[in-house]
Design a protein. Structure first.
Length: 384
């Protein structure tokens, strides 16, 4: 069987996350304002469509905990990538609320499969090869996908293309990404040190805290990650500026895991997670508090520069606390994360519809992020 080298596998994983997460999930953010204008969608409608995607993500994460996936991780990951491309194309070929809800739900399930199974494959092989430093390259794929999607939307803006073109072109890019991952990953499958089905998660209060905090983080970050471009559109920033803000978000995300990992090596994993949440609070608040273009740009920079890294730090903390059940831990934490993401856009959309803007929704998100950081800080191992 053709087993990829650690670097090649990390690059394959980076592309997989760029497709499934950076494009498959987050392309909705820059396309959303056009959908709201051309189709007459309300903020609440937009929130329900986003939450359908995150509900699918939750279902996919829970399904991934089962023993049925043992030994099939590579095939399921590739199936998720293929589905991501197909479903993106279908979004551009329909215009009804019911279809949007169903398609985005299935896309969420596909993205969860890619994340859970590709992470299981990549982390296992990198650990076995002593190349955990390449995890930062892997997670950088989310930022890479966001930056690619913003560049795509900027090009489509110059051509005065409608919202559907964004989905159709993202489908084409995703199909190319699928082919690249299949080629680079070769026949690489999981390299778990656990024989047979994984054991149950340990009954550890710190693990419970980390899982709860991870769910709160899912709620807190997703409000801005979903509605940031809509916030720019509401402020009259213009479509080119919308693409610039989303580009800044993606470019800030690409090196973020590497930078925050450096900090974690110096001050500890839990303290770095808490500090990342605090920085993100500033970004979420700035996007609606600061006037003009400064607020959205600062929001994109700080949210993009933290949310991928905090996601990785949370998973690493969970892996440390449940080393004998890495895939089960990953799936449970992804499920908690997904639950937070389901609730976040619904609450934000309803608050925005009631208040007329995204100020209150963003402040609520900032408060939840503070709580997430505080809980993880409290979960840190105490010195003897």
């Amino acid at each position: 069987m053709n087993i990829a080298s650690p670097l090649r596998l990390a690059i394959a994983g980076m592309i997989a996350l760029a497709v499934a997460m950076g494009i498959g999930r987050f392309i909705y953010t820059p396309i959303l304002p056009g959908m709201m204008e051309e189709l007459g969608l309300s903020p609440a409608d937009a929130g329900w469509i986003a939450s359908a995607n995150y509900f699918g993500y939750l279902v996919g994460a829970l399904a991934a905990t089962g023993g049925w996936a043992q030994g099939r991780e590579r095939q399921l990951m590739l199936a998720g990538l293929a589905a991501t491309a197909i479903l993106a194309g279908l979004m551009g070929l329909t215009g009804t609320m019911a279809a949007f809800l169903l398609i985005r739900l299935l896309a969420g399930l596909a993205s969860a499969f890619v994340l859970v199974f590709m992470t299981s494959i990549v982390f296992g092989h990198l650990a076995a090869a002593g190349r955990n430093d390449l995890q930062a390259l892997y997670f950088g794929g989310v930022g890479l996908g966001i930056a690619a999607s913003s560049a795509l939307l900027a090009l489509l803006v110059t051509e005065h293309a409608g919202w559907a073109a964004g989905w159709l072109w993202s489908a084409a890019i995703s199909a190319c990404g699928f082919a690249a991952v299949a080629l680079l990953a070769g026949g690489t499958s999981t390299a778990s040190s656990v024989a047979g089905p994984e054991p149950a998660l340990p009954k550890n209060p710190s693990l419970v805290k980390v899982i709860v905090a991870y769910g709160l983080f899912g709620f807190g970050y997703i409000v801005t990650a979903t509605f940031l471009v809509a916030i720019v559109r509401q402020g009259g920033g213009g479509r080119i500026f919308e693409a610039v803000v989303w580009m800044v978000t993606g470019l800030a995300g690409f090196p973020s895991v590497w930078l925050w990992q450096k900090l974690a090596a110096r001050v500890g994993l839990y303290a770095t997670y808490a500090l990342g949440c605090l920085v993100e609070v500033v970004g979420v608040s700035a996007s609606v508090v600061m006037d003009g273009r400064t607020g959205p740009l600062l929001g994109g920079l700080l949210v993009g520069g933290t949310f991928i890294a905090i996601t990785a730090l949370g998973l690493q903390a969970g892996r440390q606390l449940a080393p004998q059940a890495p895939r089960r831990m990953l799936a449970v934490m992804t499920a908690a994360f997904g639950l937070g993401q389901i609730i976040g856009p619904i609450v934000a959309g309803l608050l925005a519809q009631a208040s007329g803007d995204f100020f209150l929704a963003s402040i609520v998100a900032a408060a939840v992020l503070l709580a997430s950081g505080a809980i993880v800080w409290s979960a840190a191992p105490k010195s003897p």
